[in-house]
Design a protein around this ligand. Structure first.
Ligand SMILES: CNc1ncnc2c1ncn2[C@@H]1O[C@H](COP(=O)(O)O)[C@@H](O)[C@H]1O
Ligand SMILES: [Zn+2]
Length: 361
């Protein structure tokens, strides 16, 4: 596990609120409990529960939504999530979150994302690069910087994906896509379709996704999380997104198409096993894709909800599929080709990985 922690890593599939610390969620719940908004004891038992089916998992997400839909909470969670990823040597993070609206507290989709950006700005423990056109960063060759105390700080690149929730309307989805386009200069690099896979229809989101495509905004789709959605999987493959998440329930012909398409797949081992979508890690489609040299991205999905970390996911893949340190490092490095940030970032990441390899192998 130690070497998995040490290696530089790239995380491309992590949901902000699914990455929140349990301790923070409990603290928020306690605060709301004292004000009589929620029943703390019930929430505590749900948060502390470890194994969750897909259905239970989405019940928890509904609960998390109640706890975290508040500007200050969003800012805090963003800061903590970035610190947590940086502390395990994640050097590039593409963090996704669903912009939320809550008129009662003056929250719009835009102010929600502003709160996320405030969180990015408020990180102090590490140096966060999130504005693509930041001239100072662009001129800096360093991957380490010195803070006020003379201590070296590590750097993490963070970019954002705005998620469309499958429970939303087509109009709300369009609003998210337009917001993502407007916020490109602030580090938003694409859109995601996620949320309860049993909810919503593909056709509802198609206009918004087509609009994103016309404007060359990268798109990631949660695909094949349920066995009875083969038609939708087909539409998703035909749509040809930049990356897909999970790809669990595909029929043989779709599986063949996926491999032919070379659409990179974001693999979330612990998430898939915890939700019961895959029986055991040994049965996971990771190894089939790996052996076929299909572009693969090892990700956490929801490290808070599934009590995992990217280092742990690397360790699990290595032990379950017999992959050594260098093989895992090489696989992790190929993720650079599939990130949505620009060439400057890719170049810096290549340098980080090369200098690590020169020292370690
Ligand atoms: C387990 N597999 C999954 N499948 C589909 N959607 C998921 C997910 N895990 C998380 N989310 C989506 O991300 C939201 C939480 O983060 P944000 O509030 O957006 O930051 C969840 O409410 C759900 O919509
Ligand atoms: Zn996901």
């Amino acid at each position: 596990m130690e070497w998995c922690l040490k290696q530089p890593k790239i995380e491309l599939h992590a949901h902000l609120n699914g990455s929140a610390r349990d301790s923070t969620l409990l603290e928020l719940a306690r605060g709301l409990g004292e004000r009589g908004v929620v029943d703390f004891a019930t929430i505590e038992s749900v948060i502390r529960k470890n194994d969750r089916s897909l259905v239970e998992c989405f019940k928890l997400f509904d609960l998390i939504r109640v706890l975290t839909t508040d500007h200050a909470a969003v800012t805090r969670i963003t800061r903590e999530v970035i610190e947590d990823f940086a502390s395990e040597n994640v050097v590039y993070l593409e963090l996704r979150t669903t912009p939320k609206k809550n008129e009662a507290i003056g929250m719009s989709k835009r102010s929600y994302i502003q709160a996320v950006l405030d969180g990015l700005r408020s990180v102090d423990a590490v140096d966060v690069d999130f504005i693509p056109s930041d001239v100072n960063k662009a001129n800096s060759k360093k991957t380490l910087s010195i803070n006020d105390n003379g201590v070296t700080k590590t750097k993490i690149f963070v970019r954002l994906l705005l998620s469309i929730d499958r429970q939303e309307t087509g109009e709300a989805a369009m609003e998210t896509v337009k917001l993502a386009l407007e916020m490109k200069d602030l580090g938003v690099v694409g859109v995601d379709l996620s949320g309860n896979p049993a909810a919503g229809e593909w056709d509802t989101f198609l206009p918004a996704l087509n609009f994103a495509k016309e404007h060359e905004l990268p798109i990631v789709l949660h695909c094949g999380e349920l066995p009875d959605r083969l038609e939708e999987v087909q539409e998703m493959l035909n749509f040809y997104p930049q990356r897909i998440g999970h790809a669990i329930f595909l029929d043989d012909e779709q599986w063949r198409l996926l491999k032919l398409s070379k659409i990179p797949v974001e693999i979330c081992l612990t998430s898939n096993v915890h939700t019961g979508c895959v029986t055991t890690i040994d049965d996971h489609h990771f190894i089939d894709l790996y052996n076929s040299k299909h572009p693969l991205l090892l990700c956490t999905d929801d490290p808070g909800v599934f009590s995992t970390s990217l280092s742990r996911e690397h360790y699990l893949a290595s032990s379950a599929f017999g992959l050594g340190r260098e093989e895992m490092f090489e696989m992790g490095k190929t993720a650079i080709d599939y990130i949505f940030a620009d060439e400057r970032v890719k170049k810096e990441l290549r340098e980080i990985f090369s200098s690590f390899a020169a020292k370690e192998f």
